[in-house]
Design a protein around this ligand. Structure first.
Ligand code: MG
Length: 334
């Protein structure tokens, strides 16, 4: 195979078959992935969750992952947030002419590895090649279907006063990693993306209790944006304790230097959990034993007052409003 992707790889002809046969099939092979026009799948019996997401992260590889891993995690985690075990996934590539085949192979390998870990099969795909400059590197869209666990009933509208709020790990790592990978600030710090498939994390919580009201993955806008979304969707107030928010020291250092709020930096492997206060300690215990949630913490509670707003309680006991999400988010973070 050539070293670089050419427009012929997207022509639908021999070169496209070669690319699919030599590269994608090698990594994605499973019984459902055929040469037919659509995958034919065994039925899922029960409530089904379905979602789709596009990935355009720049740079397309970064400490802790690449766009391939991210494209699986993003969709799998959105399914998991509805209490759905990821079952099937499709992926669609738009590749820039001249993109190195070796890099594409790394991306496909990361997708296969992550899909395997998440227990999801890649059952259909599409490849298009765009001319130089018409896209930047590679863009991937994934669509996923999952079966919702019996007894799970989750929604951003279900937070209730008296709920405890947990995060499943330290916040802001993905955003900080991408920022440093772009090398625009000349800052060096040892930060890796938290990018991870979280069905296992969700399953362990659901096995502990189905009495969970909201799960949401804190992606683009970070945990701060999720808190505002839930306050709005559920019509409740939120109070968080500043001292309880887990932040990696290196992330805190970078944020300090650049004047950034870690609560507003993207995560790709963190969930915000709302559950009745009585369940919080048991959930925390389960999370602390998990592979991707050792640094989980209870960060606050849902209140009846200051509806629609997120209040931060400082270590000295004073309360300030968390500035609502606005403008300054980094582009092309996922
Ligand atoms: Mg989401």
């Amino acid at each position: 195979m050539e070293e670089f992707i050419t427009l012929a790889h997207g022509s639908g002809g021999r070169k496209t078959s070669e690319l699919i046969g030599n590269l994608f099939k090698k990594y994605f092979a499973n019984d459902y992935l055929t040469a037919d026009d659509a995958a034919v799948l065994p039925g899922l019996s029960g409530r089904i969750a379905m979602t789709t997401d596009g990935f355009i992260v720049s740079p397309c590889e970064f400490p802790g992952g690449n766009i391939g891993k991210l494209s699986i995690c993003g969709t799998v985690n959105d399914l998991a947030c509805m209490g759905a075990r990821p079952s099937y996934l499709t992926c669609s590539f738009v590749i820039e002419e001249g993109f190195p085949v070796a890099k594409l192979e790394e991306i496909a390998a990361a997708m296969a590895k992550t899909a395997k870990e998440a227990g999801v099969s890649i059952v259909a795909g599409d490849t298009k090649v765009a001319g130089r400059g018409q896209v930047d590197g590679v863009f991937i869209t994934t669509t996923g279907v999952g079966l919702i666990e019996e007894g799970a009933d989750l929604s951003g509208a279900y937070a209730k006063p008296g709920d405890a709020i947990l995060v499943t790990g330290d916040v802001g790592r993905h955003g900080t990693t991408i920022l440093l990978a772009r090398d625009e600030y000349g800052i060096e710090a040892d930060v890796t993306s938290d990018c991870a498939p979280l069905w296992g994390t969700v399953k362990s919580m659901l096995d502990e209790t189905k009495d969970i009201h909201v799960l949401r993955d804190a992606t683009r806008g970070g945990v701060g944006t999720v808190l505002y979304e839930i306050a709005e969707e559920s019509g409740v107030g939120i109070t968080i304790n500043e001292a309880d928010i887990p932040v990696d020291p290196a992330v805190a250092g970078v944020c300090g230097m650049l004047g950034l709020e870690p609560l507003y930096l993207a995560c790709e492997g963190r969930l915000v959990v709302f559950a009745p206060k009585e369940r919080a300690e048991a959930l925390l215990k389960v999370l602390k034993q998990g592979k991707y949630s050792e640094s989980a913490a209870i960060i606050g509670e849902v209140t009846d007052d200051h509806k629609g707003r997120v209040v931060v309680r400082t270590p000295i006991g004073s309360e300030t409003l968390l500035p609502p999400p606005g403008g300054e988010l980094l582009p092309r973070i996922c």
